[in-house]
Unconditional design. Structure first.
Length: 339
């Protein structure tokens, strides 16, 4: 039996490769953080919808109740049945001081839950924008080739040279008023849309280069040449023969774009040109923590917990992206072909 036949039999009997252990651990951590944030969000929204301020201003982290639980439970009792006072709401009422309180007496635990959801929503929107624009741009450049390819990629090079912060500020100035009018005066939602458009308008540049390189390597393969010889059009070839092999690299890069978008959103919000109060985000909470720390007062929890949450979220997202990269790598799926 020849070596090639042995390799073929081994490959035929191989099970599909699974996600590596680091990827599965990242998925578990990310799912746990997202579920915890989603579970705490209804109580956070219910409490901060009213114009009431807790008396525990900048209270340190504690296992003891923060006080004023009666007002908290009374507010929840007017919410839908799922949020009414029960052992869950009573437990949450007592756990409000678990991570301390901010300078307005608001529970940092609930603020972190809502802030992480806001950061994830912005990152997901920016990643979706970057994936759609980058895939379409790179596929068009690689498939058309020639002068069209040169023009499209020169535009990408010019956009790469623009200062990122300047681009965000220009988009914020130009789009805030029309988007606010379009959304019926909802300035918070307009800020979120501008953020993921601004982040996505930069993240798609690398995606376009990745997709273009893949299309250039695939369009000279034998099956593409055979389809072209049979009279297939370029867009039919793109849809039937080029996009399916691109799914793996696009998914991997999109997953790796999410932590970059989270970090960029945190950076912009930390500088004060991202998410605006009272809506929280991880960068906004970190900025509030920095402003609260001084040589005369050490409210460490206002900075430590937002930064720790951001680091844990970035590590989980990066681990997920690395696991998917290994999952879709042909060298890892078929190691016997490497000798």
């Amino acid at each position: 039996m020849t070596e090639s036949l042995k390799d073929a039999m081994v490959l035929r009997g191989r099970r599909p490769s699974r996600l590596p252990g680091s990827g599965r651990a990242a998925i578990a951590v990310l799912a746990l953080m997202t579920l915890a944030a989603a579970a705490l969000w209804p109580w956070s929204a219910a409490w901060y919808d009213v114009q009431e301020i807790d008396s525990a201003v900048r209270r340190a982290p504690s296992w003891k109740p923060a006080g004023n639980e009666e007002a908290f439970l009374a507010r929840l009792s007017r919410e839908p049945v799922a949020f009414r006072a029960s052992w869950i709401t009573q437990t949450l009422a007592g756990a409000r001081s678990l991570l301390g309180h901010d300078d307005l007496g608001r529970s940092l635990l609930f603020r972190l839950a809502l802030g992480m959801l806001v950061s994830l929503v912005i990152a997901a929107g920016a990643t979706a924008t970057a994936t759609v624009i980058g895939t379409a741009w790179g596929a068009a450049a690689g498939l058309c080739g020639g002068r069209v390819d040169q023009i499209l990629m020169r535009i990408v090079d010019v956009l790469y040279g623009l200062p990122y912060i300047l681009l965000v500020i220009l988009m914020k100035v130009a789009l805030t008023r029309p988007l606010t009018a379009l959304l019926g005066g909802r300035t918070r939602y307009a800020d979120l849309v501008i953020l993921f458009l601004a982040i996505g308008s930069v993240a798609w540049l690398t995606m376009a280069r990745v997709v273009r390189g893949q299309v250039l390597s695939l369009k000279h393969e034998g099956f593409v040449q055979a389809a072209r010889a049979m009279g297939a059009g370029p867009w039919w070839i793109l849809r039937k023969h080029l996009l399916p092999p691109l799914a793996g690299p696009v998914i991997v890069y999109a997953t790796l774009t999410v932590p970059q978008a989270v970090l960029q959103e945190a950076f912009l919000s930390f500088l004060g040109i991202g998410v605006q109060p009272p809506l929280p985000s991880l960068g906004r909470l970190a900025a509030d923590g920095v402003s609260a720390i001084s040589p005369f007062s050490g409210y460490w929890w206002l900075l430590a917990f937002p930064c720790a949450t951001l680091v844990a979220l970035l590590l989980a997202l990066s681990g997920l992206g690395d696991g998917l990269r290994r999952r879709f790598d042909p060298a890892n799926r078929h190691p016997s072909l490497l000798g």
